[in-house]
Design a protein around this ligand. Structure first.
Ligand code: SAH
Ligand code: TMP
Ligand code: ZN
Length: 409
C-alpha cells in the first residue's frame, strides 16, 4: 500500500509514496572496471503530492554526483533527436526570435544539439550547462556555452551581462533539477516581459500508460504532466499557455510558459488537464496498476533471459542508456545474462554500467558475429537503431523489448 512519507519540494504538501525501486546507483555513472566497488547509491522511490499533484522522488541525489565534466550523455548520438531539435530551433527562429536582436538561453544545452541551428542563423544565444565534457563539444561547433548550473544567481548574472531573453528553452533538463523553485525564480529574473519559457520533457501520461518504468532514475526527479506543470509555474507568476505532444523518447510534451496574463491560454491546455484528471494521473490510485505491471515485467524479462541462456542462446544489450540502470539493477540483470551492451557513445565504451557492471562496447562488435537476441535498452530510438541494424534481423536475429510488456520482434 502507498504510504505518506515526506513533503513536496514545490509546495510542502504531503507526498504519498507510489513506487519503490530500492537501492539504485547514479544512473550515468558509467565506470572504469578498476573502479568497481567505489560507487554511489541512493534509494529510488517516487511519490505524488496531495496538494499540487507533482510526481517526484523521495530522495535527492546531490547534483555534483550526477553532473560535471565526465557526464557521458551526448544528445547528438541520435539522428532523430538532431532532426527534432533542428525543427524546434527553426520554429523558434521564425516566431519568438523574429524581432530585432533576439536573445535565447538554453538550460541544459549538452553538446549543442539545439543551439547549433540558432548559432548558425547568427542569433544571440547562450547555453548553460554544468557538464564540461558535452559543453566542449558544443563550443567546438561555435555554440556559446556558460559551464555552470542554471539557478537564480546565474540567471541574474546572465541578465546583467546580456539583457533579457526572448526565449528560455529547456529540454529534458528542468525535471532533473530538484531545486526547481530556484530555476523558476531565475526564469523570472531573466525572461523578457513578453518572452516565453519553452520546456520539453517526457510525459507522465505515457510513462504510466505504457509502463515506461525505466524512465524513473535519479536524474528524472520530477515526472511532468500538464496539470502539475501548470500548477507549478502559477506559483511563480507564470501561466502555462500551450501544451503540445512531441514524438520523442516514447512520448513527450512541449510546454510553453509566459508571464501571467500576457498571452492567451490555448484550449489544448484545458483539454489535457481534463484528460489527465479522467485518467486519474493526479491520484495515487493510478500507480497501483502501474506498480503491478512493473513487477510482472521484471519477472517476465528475467524468466525470458534465463530461459534463453539455458537454451544456449546468445544475448547482448543495445544502448547503454541511463534508463538501463533502473532495468538492470531493479531486475537483477548482470553480465551472466547480458555479457555486454553495444553503444555508439565513445566515452561510454570501455566502461561498465553502474551497479550491474555490464561492459559497454562499440556497436561494431554487434555484428561480429551477431547474437541470437538483442535486448533493446534504447527502445525510444527503436526505429533508428533497427533501421541501422537491419541486417541483424535479416540474418535471423531477434530484438527483445520490455515495454509496454516483454515481447520479441
Ligand atoms: N537538452 C539535451 C540534454 C538533456 S541531458 C537533450 O534534450 O538531449 C540534461 C542536461 O542538463 C545535461 O547536459 C546536464 O549537464 C544538464 N544540467 C543539469 N543540471 C543543470 C542545471 N541546473 N542547469 C543547466 N543544465 C543542467
Ligand atoms: P537515451 O535513450 O537516453 O537517449 O540514450 C540512448 C543511448 O543509446 C545513448 O547512450 C546512445 C545510444 N545509441 C546507440 O548506441 N546507437 C544509436 O543509433 C542511438 C540512436 C543511440
Ligand atoms: Zn506539492
Amino acid at each position: 500500500m502507498a504510504q505518506a512519507t515526506s513533503s513536496c519540494r514545490i509546495c510542502g504538501g504531503v507526498l504519498t509514496e507510489c513506487l519503490d525501486f530500492g537501492t539504485q546507483p547514479v544512473s550515468n555513472a558509467f565506470l572504469r572496471p578498476e573502479h568497481i566497488g567505489n560507487e554511489k547509491y541512493f534509494h529510488l522511490a517516487v511519490g505524488i503530492c496531495g496538494t499540487c499533484a507533482m510526481v517526484q522522488q523521495l530522495e535527492e541525489v546531490p547534483r555534483e554526483d550526477m553532473f560535471g565534466f565526465d557526464y557521458p550523455y551526448r544528445s547528438c548520438m541520435s539522428a532523430w533527436m538532431r532532426k527534432h531539435f533542428q525543427q524546434t530551433a527553426q520554429a523558434l527562429i521564425e516566431t519568438e526570435l523574429a524581432g530585432a536582436d533576439p536573445f535565447i538561453v538554453e538550460i541544459g544545452s549538452n553538446d549543442g544539439i539545439m543551439l547549433d541551428t540558432v548559432s548558425q542563423a547568427g542569433i544571440r544565444h547562450l547555453g548553460v550547462d554544468p557538464s564540461g565534457g558535452p559543453a566542449a563539444v558544443a563550443q567546438d561547433k561555435g555554440v556559446g556555452i556558460l559551464v555552470d548550473y542554471f539557478e537564480e544567481s546565474s540567471a541574474r548574472a546572465i541578465r546583467a551581462k546580456h539583457g533579457p531573453a526572448d526565449v528560455i528553452f529547456s529540454a529534458n533538463t528542468i525535471s532533473h533539477i530538484a531545486y526547481i523553485d530556484s530555476i523558476l525564480r531565475g526564469v523570472d529574473a531573466l525572461l523578457a516581459d513578453n518572452g516565453v519559457f519553452v520546456v520539453e520533457d517526457r510525459y507522465l501520461g505515457d510513462v504510466v500508460e505504457h509502463n515506461y518504468f525505466d524512465q524513473i532514475y535519479d536524474e528524472h526527479f520530477y515526472l511532468f504532466a500538464v496539470h502539475s506543470v501548470g500548477e507549478l509555474v502559477s506559483r511563480f507568476g507564470f501561466e502555462l499557455i500551450e501544451a503540445e505532444r512531441i514524438p520523442v523518447h516514447g512520448g513527450a510534451m512541449r510546454y510553453t510558459i509566459a508571464r501571467s496574463g500576457r498571452r492567451k491560454v490555448s484550449q489544448a491546455v484545458r483539454d489535457f488537464v481534463a484528460k489527465e484528471s479522467a485518467m486519474g494521473l493526479d491520484h495515487p490510485a493510478v500507480y497501483e496498476h502501474f506498480r503491478a505491471e512493473i513487477k510482472s515485467i521484471r519477472v517476465a524479462l528475467v524468466d525470458l533471459l534465463t530461459d534463453l541462456r539455458a537454451q544456449g542462446k546468445s544475448i547482448v544489450g543495445y544502448g547503454a542508456t541511463s534508463k538501463s540502470a533502473t532495468v538492470t539493477n531493479y531486475c537483477g540483470i548482470d553480465r551472466d545474462l547480458v555479457p555486454y551492451i553495444c553503444d555508439s557513445t565513445p566515452v561510454k565504451q570501455g566502461r561498465v554500467t553502474p551497479g550491474s557492471h555490464i561492459p559497454i562496447v562499440p556497436p561494431e562488435q554487434f555484428s561480429g558475429p551477431y547474437p541470437d537476441y538483442a535486448l533493446l535498452f534504447a527502445w525510444n530510438h527503436a526505429d533508428e537503431i533497427m533501421a541501422k541494424e537491419r541486417r541483424f534481423r535479416e540474418t535471423g536475429g531477434k530484438w527483445i523489448l520490455y515495454v509496454p510488456n516483454v515481447h520479441i520482434i
